[in-house]
Design a protein around this ligand. Structure first.
Ligand code: UDP
Length: 475
């Protein structure tokens, strides 16, 4: 039967979440959807917009989608306030900020969506909402305005599943895990997981405002019409199909930009250094890339052990040491004396174009905190990993990389590390022998991911579009 087309164009109102690891896939999803003929209104909060503009070295504020629009995509870009002045220290006043995100921000979004839906051009469009799964308001707003509600989960299906079945985990006394080391086999689609591999928010006290937000978000997502997940069906087949039994759940990852190596849409919150010239001086596969992502903070002592371990390994390294990685004043963390000892063995930068670095032939390994985007990007480029997860989903993501897919090794058993251990693991990863097995596994996981891009993920995305259009028509 021929599909019935609405005379109105589908128009997504996409409201991003204010963290780097969420912004990147969210921006990518917007361009992907626009390339399928959708109109998009993409919304950043003003603070994020300001950070991106600053990182572009641009005193005039950037419209991040102007190039995409020039190439024919129908993406409008706008901002809403998070309720605080730009100069407010959000990280330093996390409780106040998070409380406002939980209680006041939904009202702003509600007003914003209401305005769009009542604008002059609204009769030309069928609006729907796409929000990050961590948002605590989409179902209420979608219900109020009778629009379709799509949730976008930027982490693996395994992590989604654990949060989704929180009640079951609580009923069985496994959350909070509180140091338990038990294997759990009762979560649908998860053969077995040890409680020690649970996300940090399921490990201990549940009393922080961040817990409140996470748990509220996972109640809210149960009312979503559709859930998109930035994972690959073949890599998490059972978890994806079990989730699909509850709600329409589509594995559409990796949601990468078409210009993977050099993004045309500005999405970085920090200025990006270009290390291409330095990497050119290094032989293929000889450089270890080191990064702990956009959020994690690490003890000064650990950073110093990692630094000494890098030197001790005698392996070339490119290290992203983001301002704020150490809670104390980390500009001074590595002394001039230490930096002089590095000589040409390593390069330390505050932030980089990670996609460009990982795809450089000189890179042979990645010492990573196991952020989900970093893992997807590393697989895409076929770079095996040393895993040093710190908090949140990183702990659970490590299980996938090391235990399930066998494309990485652990740095150590816990948070504390010694320089000898760091050097030893680097030598294992970057040398021959044991790492040959990792590289073989990586080839097959990488193939799976690359095939999914035109295969299962594309089919799932197209199915989602079909289901979405039908749902919109039925409204
Ligand atoms: N990233 C980057 N430059 C850097 C470090 C990271 O562009 O110097 C990007 C990286 O490519 C990834 C994102 O920032 O897409 C970090 O997300 P991830 O999920 O890996 O970790 P998070 O920052 O959320 O902990």
């Amino acid at each position: 039967m021929a599909e019935i087309e609405s005379p109105r164009k589908p128009h997504a109102i996409m409201i991003s979440f204010h963290l780097q690891g969420h912004i990147i896939p969210f921006v990518n999803l917007a361009t992907k959807l626009a390339s399928k003929g959708f109109t998009i209104t993409f919304v950043h909060n003003e603070f994020i917009h300001h950070q991106i503009s600053k990182s572009q070295n641009n005193s005039t504020q950037v419209d991040i989608f102007s190039e995409a629009r020039n190439s024919g995509l129908d993406i409008h870009y706008t901002t809403i306030s998070d309720g605080f002045p730009l100069e407010f220290d959000r990280a330093g006043n996390l409780n106040q900020f998070a409380e406002s995100f939980l209680l006041d921000f939904p009202t702003r979004v509600d007003e914003f969506v209401g305005k769009i839906l009542h604008s002059q051009s609204s009769s030309s469009y069928n609006y729907f909402l796409i929000a990050d799964t961590l948002c605590v308001w989409p179902a209420k707003i979608a219900k109020k305005y009778n629009i379709v509600n799509v949730s976008f989960w930027t982490e693996p299906a395994l992590v989604f599943s654990l949060y989704y079945h929180l009640d079951l985990l609580r009923k069985n006394g496994h959350v909070p895990a509180n140091g338990l080391q038990e294997n759990i086999t009762y979560i649908p689609g998860i053969q077995s997981i040890s409680t020690k591999d649970f996300m940090s928010y399921l490990q201990g006290s549940e009393s922080t405002i961040i817990h409140t937000i996470m748990f509220a978000a996972f109640e809210e997502v149960k009312n979503a019409d559709f859930i998109l997940c930035n994972t690959v069906q073949e890599l998490e087949a059972e978890a994806v199909s079990a989730l699909n039994e509850n709600q329409p759940f589509y594995a559409v990852g990796p949601v990468f930009p078409t210009d993977f190596f050099n993004n045309t849409v500005a999405r970085s919150l920090l200025p990006e250094s270009d290390s291409t010239e330095w990497l050119k001086t290094k032989s293929p596969g000889s450089v270890l890339y080191v990064s702990f992502g956009s959020l994690a903070t690490i003890d000064e002592h650990v950073i110093l052990e990692i630094a000494e371990g890098l030197l001790l390994s005698e392996v070339n390294f490119l290290w992203v040491l983001r301002p704020g990685t150490v809670s104390s004043d980390d500009d001074e963390i590595l002394t001039v004396g230490f930096k002089n000892r590095i000589k040409d063995q390593g390069l330390i930068v505050p932030w980089c174009k990670q996609n460009l670095v990982l795809s450089n032939p000189a890179i042979g390994g990645f010492l990573t905190h196991c952020g989900w985007n970093s893992i997807l990007e590393s697989i895409w480029c076929g770079v095996p990993m040393i895993c040093y997860p710190l908090f949140t989903d990183q702990i659970t993501n490590r299980k996938l990389v090391v235990d399930d897919w066998k494309i990485g090794i652990n740095l150590c058993g816990g948070i504390s590390v010694s320089r000898e251990e760091v050097a030893e693991k680097i030598k294992i990863l970057m040398g021959g022998g044991k790492s040959d097995g990792l590289k073989e596994e990586m080839k097959s996981v990488r193939n799976m991911m690359q095939n999914a891009l035109d295969g299962s993920s594309e089919r799932n995305f197209d199915q989602f579009l079909k289901d979405l259009k039908a749902k919109i028509l039925a409204k």
